[in-house]
Design a protein around this ligand. Structure first.
Ligand SMILES: [Fe+2]
Length: 256
């Protein structure tokens, strides 16, 4: 008899627990939605990861409303990024704790979220792990320095130059073309700050971490399997034909 009662008690406890857990789950998902819901937050509201993604999913749909106001979008993304305390988010904390400098002289990256419309990545750099000038074909990018600081320079293509040359490297032939770039920004971005590039305006950039640095980056749309960046070798020693902010550059699909 005692055994029976005990079993019933355990059964009821398990059921009771399941029901409480279910309700807690509903309450927590309701709270997350409320946190991210339009009109329920302002610029000072701290967002959690779910609210951040929910809002970003809505904003990223603006890329299909042509003509797309990219600057408005990247400003909205900047604002969202500034409302997040990324190192406090469980998924990001895990990635940061698991960090190992596996590739000498090159950054480490982790995908935090991927969908066709946009992706969110975490980049971690040792001091001096420089990313040379490269573009982001038909994409916008907004980065948030979470820790450390970077020197980043952004350029827009001013004009294509007619000359090109072939280079054979490792049995592969690549064509190197020339162009003129306009430097549109050259800034140190410190922890807690953001920087953006657009599909054409400032699409080419270089990133120099001045110390151990962690970035959260939002790319819109996401990289596709056939997205090929161009790598640029910029002659920063002198202005192109003496014109301020213009630089001659060579570019290719393979890194120089
Ligand atoms: Fe980049």
């Amino acid at each position: 008899m005692n055994d029976f009662k005990r079993r019933e008690f355990i059964k009821l406890s398990a059921l009771g627990f399941a029901s409480i857990a279910l309700q807690l789950n509903t309450i927590s998902s309701y709270a997350q939605k409320a946190n991210g819901h339009l009109g329920r937050w302002n610029a000072d509201t701290q967002l959690n990861w779910d609210a951040f993604l929910e809002r970003l999913t809505q904003l990223a749909k603006s890329q299909y409303q042509l003509p797309w106001d990219e600057k408005k979008y990247t400003n909205q993304v900047k604002q969202l990024l500034l409302q997040c305390d990324f190192p406090a988010f469980e998924n990001i904390k895990r990635e940061m704790e698991a960090y190992e400098n596996r590739r000498p002289n090159w950054f480490e990256s982790a995908s935090l979220h991927y969908e066709v419309d946009f992706q969110v990545s975490l980049f971690q750099f040792e001091k001096g792990e420089y990313i040379p000038h490269h573009d982001h074909p038909e994409m916008t990018g907004v980065l948030n320095v979470v820790s450390g600081s970077i020197l980043t320079k952004n350029y827009t293509i001013e004009e294509q130059l007619p000359s090109s040359r072939e280079v054979v490297k490792g049995g592969q032939t690549s064509i190197i073309k020339k162009c003129v770039l306009r430097e549109v920004s050259n800034e140190i971005v410190k922890a807690g700050n953001v920087s953006a590039l657009h599909a054409h305006d400032g699409n080419i950039h270089s990133v120099m971490p001045n110390e151990f640095t962690q970035l959260v980056d939002v790319f819109t749309p996401a990289y596709k399997h056939d997205t090929n960046a161009n790598w640029y070798k910029v002659n920063e020693d002198e202005f192109y034909q003496g014109q301020e902010s213009l630089f001659e550059a060579e570019y290719s699909r393979t890194k120089f």
